[in-house]
Design a protein around this ligand. Structure first.
Ligand code: SF4
Length: 369
């Protein structure tokens, strides 16, 4: 017998991927519950007050607020300030316990989309850069907030900096700290930040220290060349070995300039550490509750990274956004939509069959094909 009830799908995480997944599921006719541990929607970009978003350098509000408004005005059930505290997945049903303000509530779903995102790598772990020691060494999420608040000032004295440096690949591509992978967006975001500075304050000197610049696709043209040729952002190939205190409260960045092949020591008023991405605590916890496989860098392993990127190794659990690895906001939004259609179709196809809720890899593949 065919079951005509709407597919009942849980979306965990209210960031870019979770928002787009919720909207597309709702528009397809699913009964959607969106759970978010914070009290507001929008995920890390909203929570940490990101400024402009590449590639079009639009304010984060212009990109995400329309998605948030769509979810808010729809019949998607929103559970904010709520966490998933228990999950039992079997016989085609996912039994979920929600916890909020000490209260518990249970519900049953046909499928789950995991969109629990990433966290910025903690720059305290790279002690030689003095984060947490020198107030004018900040990380790029701190700098995003400064830009979005339009409050460009040295934390040490509240004055406008005359020279700012960015240090790319902090907690990325660094075997010493066990992070072997590229954060994928750090070059673009740092260049974008330098461009924002130069557009508003052309008198500020801006330097970007890099191993190599990875502005993939159109970003090469939209960001890298524009920054260098139109806005006079300077690039120095070399990795800063250490940061120390200089004269009059400056910070001296000591590096090896690998193009000029000589040591360089440049005084700065402010240094920005471009930190990498790692799986959020929520991603790790939810993956454990759902019985998902993790890949070697600590993110959720898609069923097939090249051909089935939003399927997981559990047949009725789908994944979107940075839970599977570093990516940009537009890519996370696209993956949310992809996961929505895959989850919706999975439920439609699995009804009428004897649903099993099996979690073996080959069964997940059978449903995906
Ligand atoms: S995107 Fe750029 S900053 Fe990020 S790890 Fe890759 S090369 Fe480094």
């Amino acid at each position: 017998m065919i079951c005509l009830a709407s597919p009942r799908i849980l979306v965990i995480g209210g960031g870019p991927a979770g928002l787009s997944a919720s909207i597309d599921l709702f528009e397809a006719g699913a009964d959607v519950v969106l759970v978010e541990k914070e009290d507001v929607l929008g995920g890390t970009p909203k929570k940490l007050h990101y400024s402009l978003i590449a590639p079009d350098l639009k304010p984060v509000e212009e990109v995400l607020d329309p998605l948030i408004r769509q979810v808010e005005s729809s019949a998607v059930t929103k559970k904010l300030g709520t966490v998933v505290s228990a999950i039992e997945n079997g016989n085609g049903h996912v039994n979920v316990t929600f916890t909020s303000n000490g209260g518990k509530e249970e519900a049953v779903f046909d499928a789950v989309i995991l969109a629990t995102g990433f966290t910025h790598w903690d720059p305290h772990k790279k002690y030689e850069y003095g984060y947490g020691v020198y107030p004018d060494v900040i990380d790029f999420k701190d700098f995003e907030k400064m830009l979005s608040d339009d409050n460009l000032a040295r934390p040490s004295n509240g004055k406008m900096p005359a020279r700012i440096g960015w240090l790319l690949c902090v907690g990325s591509r660094d075997r010493q700290v066990g992070k072997f992978y590229c954060c994928r967006v750090g070059c673009a975001v740092s260049i974008k930040q330098a461009m924002e500075v130069k557009k508003k304050h052309p008198e500020i000197d801006t330097y970007i220290y890099y191993m190599d610049i990875r502005t993939y696709g159109f970003w090469e043209d939209q960001l890298y060349w524009k920054a260098m040729e139109d806005l006079n952002v300077k690039f120095i190939r070399g990795r800063i070995g250490a940061i120390s205190k200089g004269d009059e409260g400056s910070l001296v960045a000591m590096a090896e300039d690998t193009i000029l092949q000589r040591p360089s020591e440049v005084p700065f008023d402010m240094l920005v550490l471009t930190t990498g991405m790692e799986a959020s605590q929520g991603t790790v916890e939810m993956a454990k509750l759902l019985g998902l496989e993790m890949e070697e860098h600590g993110f959720v392993r898609p069923l097939e990274a090249d051909s089935l990127p939003v399927h997981t190794t559990v047949e009725n659990v789908f994944v979107a956004g940075t839970a599977t690895g570093p990516k940009a906001i537009p890519d996370a939004i696209t993956e949310g939509s992809a996961a929505a259609i895959k989850a919706f179709n999975y439920v439609r196809r699995s009804r009428g069959k004897k649903a099993t809720g099996r979690s073996m890899k080959k069964d997940a593949r059978a449903y995906a094909e």
